[in-house]
Design a protein around this ligand. Sequence first.
Ligand SMILES: [Zn+2]
Length: 95
Amino acid sequence: MSLISYDTNIGTWGVPIPALHCQCCGHAELVADMVDEVADGVQKDGLDFWDDVDLSRLKTLTTFRCQTCGNADLHRFSKEYDILDVWFGKSFLPF
Ligand SMILES: [Zn+2]
C-alpha cells in the first residue's frame, strides 16, 4: 500500500490525509474504513485517486453521518487536501 505523493504546488513529498470536513458544523473526521478504501483506490487508480474521487462513489460512506451534527449529505462534506510531511526524521541526519 502506498499513499505517498508529490505535491507539485508546494514541492514536497507527503502522505495525503483522507479526512472529511463537515461543511455544516466544521467537524473534521477520519473514517477508518474509508481510509482503507482510499488506499485501495490509490493502488488501483494512482496517486490522484483521493483528489479526483467523488465522495458519493465511496462504498464505505454509504451510511456515513457527521458525528457532531448528523449531516448525511456527502455533497456537504469537503476533502482534506493537506499532506503529512514524511521528512520528520531529517533532523536526525548529520547532513
Ligand atoms: Zn457536522
